[in-house]
Design a protein around this ligand. Structure first.
Ligand code: ZN
Length: 190
């Protein structure tokens, strides 16, 4: 069985294999050729496959155990907090984007973090309160920029990055953790 992997070359003396998040990373000395690297990796294929399988099981276990649905009271508390925090962030960023917002609604959505209408109404998911403040800002800026452009074109993202240069970093965070947070929505298990 062949193993797929990412190679990182550096000024190190020996080669080493790392497994993290289901991916195989091989760190090798700068001079090691692709062929040598491949031989090294494939000679450890059994070990790699065993570890990948172990990690996959661990990740599965984690998914089963760590997701605890929120109670209705907890959900309400998040919505109340969101109603204080999010409009404030919208007011902070709206002038930077150069748009005016009509109404902000906090919702308990099961699949979306935010949405907007052409009329200038914005909706935000109350579960955003379970994410870092930087993530909230990134979602706020994303929706505000939709008031300029109702699409995900390069021009849209150019505007997002102009207003919030760190956008990608926090969007990656949300992609990595968002599903698990969404799964805490009691509406999902009803
Ligand atoms: Zn969008």
């Amino acid at each position: 069985m062949r193993v797929t992997y990412t190679v990182i070359r550096s000024r190190r003396r020996t080669a080493a294999i790392q497994i993290a998040d289901g991916k195989v990373v091989v760190r090798v000395p700068a001079k090691m050729t692709g062929e040598e690297t491949d031989r090294f990796v494939q000679s450890h294929a059994d070990w790699i496959v065993r570890h990948l399988e172990k990690e996959r099981r661990r990740m599965q276990e984690e998914q089963k155990t760590t997701v605890k649905p929120l109670s209705e009271q907890e959900l309400q508390a998040l919505a109340d907090r969101a109603m204080c925090v999010i409009p404030d962030r919208v007011r902070h960023f709206a002038p930077k984007v150069g748009v005016t917002v009509r109404r902000i609604t906090i919702r308990n959505q099961t699949t979306r973090w935010g949405s907007c209408s052409a009329a200038g109404n914005l909706n935000f998911n109350c579960l955003l309160m379970l994410t870092p403040p930087e993530v909230i800002d990134s979602v706020v800026v994303h929706e505000l920029c939709h008031l300029l452009q109702m699409n995900h074109s390069p021009a849209f993202y150019a505007e997002v990055h102009r207003v919030y240069p760190d956008y990608d970093r926090w969007n990656v965070w949300l992609k990595a953790h968002g599903r698990e947070i969404m799964r805490r929505n009691p509406a999902r298990s009803r």
